[in-house]
Design a protein around this ligand. Structure first.
Ligand code: ZN
Length: 65
C-alpha cells in the first residue's frame, strides 16, 4: 500500500487509532452493501438501484504494513 502523509487527523479504519498530523497513512477501498458486484434492481421499469458502493477508508501505518 502506498503511504501518504496526512495534513489532518484521521482515524484508522482497522484499529480505530488516531492517525496524527504528519504521520503516514494509507488508503484502501472497501465495498459497502450486501449485494454481489454489479447486481442491480429494476424499480418502476426504468430506474436502477445500486446497492453497493465503494468508499475509501484511512489505514494507519501499522495496519498498512
Ligand atoms: Zn490501524
Amino acid at each position: 500500500m502506498k503511504l501518504k502523509r496526512t495534513r489532518k487527523e484521521r482515524t484508522c479504519h482497522e484499529c480505530k487509532k488516531t492517525i496524527l498530523k504528519n504521520e503516514s497513512y494509507g488508503q484502501r477501498s472497501i465495498t459497502l452493501g450486501s449485494k454481489q458486484d454489479g447486481e442491480s434492481e429494476s424499480f418502476d421499469g426504468d430506474y436502477l438501484v445500486v446497492h453497493q458502493m465503494r468508499i475509501k477508508v484511512d489505514i494507519c501505518q501499522e495496519c498498512a504494513a
